[in-house]
Design a protein around this ligand. Structure first.
Ligand SMILES: Nc1ncnc2c1ncn2[C@@H]1O[C@H](COP(=O)(O)OP(=O)(O)O)[C@@H](O)[C@H]1O
Ligand SMILES: [Mg+2]
Length: 247
């Protein structure tokens, strides 16, 4: 992707520095509330584990909302219809994908998610900006600094405490998915989905709020790995304990 504006920018501040600033920003959790993002390819277990995690927090008497991307309110749901399905006889550019996913994300993070976090509630989200890094950068080849900058602007301060990548071989994930759960990315070949999987693993090394879980085991095994990750996160546990006590 050639972009003279970006070239001028990266002549002033190096691509590495730009990426570093964005990665730091996108690793710095929102100050209040508990925001958890679940990531990974289709069929890895996001929807299944979202329910379990919700129960875990409800048992601690915390208020829980569930969100998903793209979508969440009337505007974001309409953006979802445009970006997630493939009903056009022209192809959507990779940059349009970045911008549309970020638009939906911005719409919900800066409204319903931020409101929930301000009230010290819990938000569990099915996908986050990490999906855009995986699909649009690692999958579609949009430069990382572009994906990071657009998403840092889109989410502002509303960054998850923890993002959990449910890592699974796409060959296994696809067999778990029913036909009506499949989106336009399912039309891509296995090579594309392997790149996405590797992309998730690569970016997790650069985002300090992101962790990987082996999602190939049973639902119970994945669940206990997720709970273990949460309970070993000191700053997150401090928040959970304080909110449980009504502090
Ligand atoms: N660890 C697991 N082992 C076997 N099947 C699973 C596991 N986790 C989820 N499933 C099943 O696989 C299907 C897809 O899971 P889902 O949670 O909808 O994945 P996602 O939301 O990531 O696409 C569901 O039918 C679910 O019951
Ligand atoms: Mg799902």
């Amino acid at each position: 992707m050639s972009n003279t504006f970006l070239n001028r920018l990266t002549n002033t501040i190096s691509t590495e520095k730009l990426e570093q600033i964005c990665l730091e920003h996108l690793s710095t959790p929102y100050s209040t509330g508990i925001y958890i993002g679940l990531e990974g390819g289709n069929g890895c277990g996001k929807t299944t584990q979202k329910e379990f995690l919700g129960k875990y927090f409800k048992e601690k008497k915390l208020n829980v909302i569930y969100t998903f991307e793209p979508g969440g309110d009337d505007i974001a749901n309409d953006i979802r219809k445009v970006v997630q399905v493939n009903e056009y006889n022209i192809s959507m550019s990779s940059l349009t994908n970045v911008l549309l996913y970020a638009s939906s994300r911005s719409q919900t993070t800066n409204t319903l998610i931020e409101e929930q976090l301000k009230k010290k509630g819990v938000c569990i989200s099915d996908r986050t900006y990490v999906s855009s890094i995986a699909f649009q950068h690692y999958g579609q080849g949009v430069p990382l600094n572009i994906v990071l900058m657009i998403n840092a602007i889109a989410v502002g301060e509303v960054v998850p405490d923890i993002i959990i990548n449910l890592d699974i071989d796409p060959r296994v994930g696809i067999t778990r998915c029913s036909k009506d759960e499949r989106d336009k990315w399912e039309e891509e070949d296995l090579n594309f989905h392997d790149k996405i999987r590797q992309g998730y693993l690569d970016i997790s090394k650069k985002l300090s709020n992101m962790y990987n879980v082996d999602a190939s085991g049973s639902i119970e095994q994945v669940k206990s790995q997720i709970i273990r990750l949460i309970e070993s996160n000191e700053s997150l546990m401090k928040k959970i304990n304080n909110y449980t006590l009504g502090l």
